[in-house]
Design a binder for this molecule. Structure first.
Ligand SMILES: NC(=O)c1ccc[n+]([C@@H]2O[C@H](COP(=O)([O-])OP(=O)(O)OC[C@H]3O[C@@H](n4cnc5c(N)ncnc54)[C@H](OP(=O)(O)O)[C@@H]3O)[C@@H](O)[C@H]2O)c1
Length: 319
């Protein structure tokens, strides 16, 4: 199949949408895609490191150039997350919005640091920003939270939002050292080669910020979260949690009344729905009308994340 008519998804012809890939970029350059280029050709060139040999490729000095030279309605941002300044993703998102493009992103950095700015810009320009892939991979925690808060409001939430740390804590609870549990997670492709953002609690903090902002309209950022990672967790602290009838989990919380956000390792009772094991994530929403809802699902994974991106693309308004 050529890239000009790459993806058609829908149950009926009325729902059918066609996505056309116009360009792809990585940290080295950008490829303008023409009708004759097959998607499989691009993917194998990327895998083999020969992207620059394809027709239409040119080097990029800066990622912002990619947005300026793209002729597209939507930008899909899957660049590396950084929590220092969220660049170059933040500038790319803002440039795309100002250029009249919608944005679909899996990158938590810009939303964790500057969500209000981004959403205000999008609203001024009448554009959409979709970020379902940033929390829970393929599990729709944000959409589920929207449904739970319809006609009421979220008073508080608590969740286990990072698969890597949950895997490590689960395996440590089974007797492994943190070093061995982490090595196992890396070997099986669960943890990134540099899992520092996970272990320090930054990934969980970004996710609770994105959830709180998108479900309550607040304008929190990472600096508003009291963060303790799992680096200090020992076999003794896990045993203590077990003696108290629970398990140690890296828990993210939001309390609307206190306007407080936190991430820390806490003992979670065995019967608590958010006491998930391995790579799973879970979030409990508590609403003003006294209801409590929990969603559990796989928190990451390349295919699940790609599915969340596709879901966001298909939910963009027709222009
Ligand atoms: N993987 C998951 O399960 C998952 C789940 C949810 C969210 N996410 C988020 O999705 C994003 C992508 O994840 P990933 O696992 O695919 O990460 P990755 O393997 O590190 O890929 C990042 C991509 O971004 C490109 N890139 C980095 N800096 C760039 C720049 N300055 N200009 C242009 N391109 C740049 C890289 O190019 P090169 O190939 O040239 O290095 C690479 O292709 C991250 O923000 C991550 O947090 C991932």
């Amino acid at each position: 199949m050529s890239l000009a008519d790459i993806i058609s998804v829908g149950k009926s012809s009325q729902e059918m949408r066609t996505l056309q890939l116009s360009a792809v970029a990585d940290s080295t350059g950008m490829l303008h895609v023409n009708d004759r280029t097959a998607l499989s050709e691009i993917l194998s060139a990327k895998r083999n490191g020969t992207l620059q040999k394809l027709d239409g490729w040119f080097p990029l000095k800066d990622a912002r150039e990619a947005v300026n030279s793209a002729d597209a309605d939507v930008i899909v941002d899957c660049t590396t997350t950084n929590y220092r300044d969220a660049q170059p993703s933040l500038d790319c998102m803002l440039a795309a919005i100002r250029k009249g493009m919608d944005v679909v992103t899996a990158n938590k950095g810009p939303l964790a640091l500057q969500m209000r700015l981004i959403m205000d810009e999008a609203s001024k320009s009448g554009r959409s920003v979709k970020f379902g892939a940033t929390v829970g991979g393929g599990t729709p925690f944000i959409d589920f939270g929207m449904m739970c808060s319809a006609g009421t409001e979220i008073r508080s939430m608590s969740g286990v939002l990072n698969g890597t740390t949950n895997y490590v804590l689960t395996r440590m609870g089974e007797g492994l050292s943190m070093q061995d549990a982490l090595a196992e997670a890396k070997d099986s492709g669960i943890a990134e080669s540099d899992p520092a953002n996970d272990l320090k609690g930054l990934d969980s903090a970004a996710k609770i910020v994105i959830l709180a902002n998108s479900l309550t309209g607040a304008g929190f950022s990472m600096k508003d979260v009291a963060i303790t990672g799992i680096e200090g967790v020992t076999v003794d602290s896990l045993a203590e949690a077990r003696r108290a009838g629970g398990q140690l989990r890296l828990v993210s919380t939001y309390d609307a009344a206190l306007r407080a956000l936190s991430v820390s390792p806490l003992p979670v009772s065995i019967s608590d729905h958010i006491n998930v094991s391995g790579m799973n994530n879970a979030v409990t929403y508590r609403t003003a009308n006294g209801n409590e809802y929990t969603l559990i699902g796989a928190g990451a994974g390349v295919r699940e994340t790609a599915r969340a991106i596709l879901r966001d693309l298909l939910s963009l308004p027709r222009r």
